[in-house]
Design a protein around this ligand. Structure first.
Ligand code: B4P
Length: 191
């Protein structure tokens, strides 16, 4: 099993690169952002709750996101591996993910961390906001998402570095060049 975490700040290209990785490696894509947006679209109770956090640029509570993932991992015990995109986002989620995988005799293989400077992140997200109209892609919410990233998510890098799983990838430049750098790490792991 090849289980990859795509890690990075909001707008670092996690979703963009995940789409290319799935195509090449045939792994099951798990994007907590997409799952939560689907709940919002369906106007479910979970979606209504999630929206109240996401619209302010805050993280949805750990127990909600962890519960969603637990179910999904159990349901997909026959896949070749997972790409976790946007999960984990807190140390609590990181520890829970290790436990959930362990229960199924699995573990995280690699963590690919996309490194992009803040000015570029803001520029990308503002541009996406103009095109897609995503309600959390406005300047005020982007600023709080970045702050949340540095406060709550970035400490996970140390967690994975200690496990010897962290690979930092330069996340600026062409999408194909960034993908090539990721492929190199994955292919040398899988050999
Ligand atoms: P996510 O959906 O995970 O989104 P993101 O971090 O904002 O974006 P991503 O990094 O995937 O960027 P993308 O590839 O699209 O999270 C949204 C919200 O959901 C969070 O704020 C939180 O509230 C909630 N949430 C999600 N997971 C959670 C969890 N585990 N726990 C609690 N809450 C959770 O790229 C962005 C833009 O850049 C795109 O327009 C793309 O085209 C462009 N781009 C990509 N690569 C580029 C490149 N190389 N050059 C130029 N532009 C590029």
């Amino acid at each position: 099993m090849l289980n990859i975490v795509i890690f990075g700040a909001p707008g670092s290209g996690k979703g963009t690169q995940s789409a290319k990785l799935i195509e090449k490696y045939g792994l099951k894509h798990v994007s907590t952002g997409d799952l939560l947006r689907a709940e919002i679209k369906a106007n479910s109770p979970l979606g209504q709750m999630a929206e109240s956090y996401m619209s302010k640029g805050q993280l949805v509570p750990d127990e909600v996101v962890i519960g969603m993932l637990d179910e999904l991992i159990k349901k997909n015990s026959d896949v070749e591996g997972f790409i976790f995109d946007g999960f984990p986002r807190t140390l609590e989620q990181g520890k829970a993910l290790d436990e959930m995988l362990e229960k199924n005799g699995q573990s995280i293989s690699l963590v690919l961390s996309l490194e992009v400077k803040d000015e570029e992140l803001v520029e990308r997200l503002l541009k996406r906001g103009e095109i897609s109209g995503r309600s959390d892609d406005n300047r005020e919410t982007i600023e709080s998402r970045l702050k949340v990233y540095y406060d709550q998510t970035a400490p996970l890098k140390e967690f994975y570095r200690r496990q010897g799983k962290l690979h930092e990838i330069y996340g600026e430049g062409s999408i194909d060049d960034i993908f090539a750098a990721m492929e190199k790490v994955i292919d040398s792991f899988a050999q």
